[in-house]
Each structure stands twice: as C-alpha cells, then as structure tokens.
Design a protein around this ligand. Structure first.
Ligand code: ADP
Length: 186
C-alpha cells in the first residue's frame, strides 16, 4: 500500500509499514514527555535503535526537563537505518476542546522545523497521537497532512521527501482519504 504525490520539489509518500525499518535520514517518534521508551511506536523505536537512543533521550530529559506537548528534540538513530530520531509529544485526546488540533499541528511543525535546521532532507512520521493517546485517526490525518502541506508551501524545495508510515490498513486508508479531501482544495 503506497501513495505518492509531488508537492513542489518535495515528494509526499503515504505507505503502510513499520517505521523502524525505514531508510530515511530521520524518523519521528511519538514520545512521552519523559522521553522514556514506553510502548507503541516509541517502544519499537527504542528497541530497534538500542541503548544509544534511550541513553541520549534520558540525557536530554535530565538536561531540559520534561518535553511539553508539541515540542521536539533530536537524538541519533543508534542501530536504526535512520541516522536520526526526532522525538515529539503529541496531545492526548480529551474530546477536541482542549486545544488538541493546534497542539497536534505544532508537533508536526516542530519536527519539520528541526529537520530543516539540521539539514535533514528525508523524514518519516508515524500517525502521532492516534494510538494510546486516542486522537481519532480521520481528524488527526487531516491535521497531519494539512500541516505538512502548509509547511512545504512556506519552505519550498528544502525537504526531498516527507513520508507517513501507517501501521494498519485502516490508518493508511484514513490518511489516503484525508489527502483526497485536502488535495481537492488545491
Ligand atoms: P500515541 O501516544 O502517539 O498515540 P502510539 O505509539 O500508541 O502513540 O500510536 C501512534 C501510532 O503509531 C498508532 O497508529 C500505532 O498503531 C502506530 N505504530 C505502532 N508501532 C508502529 C511502528 N513500528 N511503525 C509505525 N507505526 C507504529
């Protein structure tokens, strides 16, 4: 399952898969504020990356305290194919009235800005907040894609590829459908 579209000089890719095997420069981790491994995609990334990722994340936690929702930090990728891991904290879903949409958009923007700052050209995202954090995937997909689209419009030609690695058929379809809605807006 794969879908690709050109957004100026940047390729946007949606695919079904496991983000820990993606050969991009940076993968994004949906982290917790303590930057501990935890479960879900974060547990998988820490396991595959090994102690280097977990130790660097712990050092960042000690030095700067807990991460706030929407912020992002970077570690190396340890044993991952990706050279870097960008850790961000998405919002927990509380029904949509606690600023969740803006916080989710901020998480994506923080990751993209950090990638640009570090000269990273290819980045892969998981579906932030739609697992344990409970964000409805249809709504999250729309925010994720809209945020990436507007970031690329504001920062044209810098990133080569932005990839979304969706873990299930249903998540892939949700992102694909959201793209259809957004793409139609031009
Ligand atoms: P969150 O706290 O952001 O909800 P989760 O890890 O619970 O974090 O879920 C985020 C998304 O990541 C979910 O859609 C989940 O199915 C997905 N996911 C879990 N493992 C992986 C993986 N190895 N690669 C890509 N996505 C994954």
């Amino acid at each position: 399952m794969r879908f690709e579209v050109d957004m100026g000089k940047t390729k946007l890719v949606l695919l079904k898969g496991d983000i820990t095997v993606e050969a991009v420069e940076a993968i994004v981790n949906s982290a917790n504020p303590e930057l501990t491994p935890g479960g879900g995609v974060s547990g998988a990334i820490h396991r595959a990356g090994g102690p280097q990722v977990t130790d660097e994340a712990a050092r960042i936690r000690r030095e700067r305290g807990r991460l706030r929702t929407g912020e992002a930090v970077i570690t190396t990728g340890g044993n991952l194919p990706a050279k870097w891991v960008i850790h961000t904290v998405g919002p927990v879903w509380h029904g949509g009235t606690k600023g969740e949409p803006e916080l989710l958009a901020k998480a994506y923007r923080s990751c993209l800005a950090l990638a640009v700052e570090k000269g990273i050209k290819t980045i892969a995202f998981p579906s932030i907040s739609t697992g344990v954090y409970g964000y409805p995937v249809d709504q999250a997909a729309e925010i994720a894609l809209r945020t990436v689209k507007s970031f690329l419009e504001g920062n044209p030609g810098i990133l080569k590829e932005v990839r979304f690695v969706l873990f299930s058929d249903a998540d892939f379809e949700a992102y694909r459908a959201a793209w259809k809605r957004i793409g139609a807006e031009g």
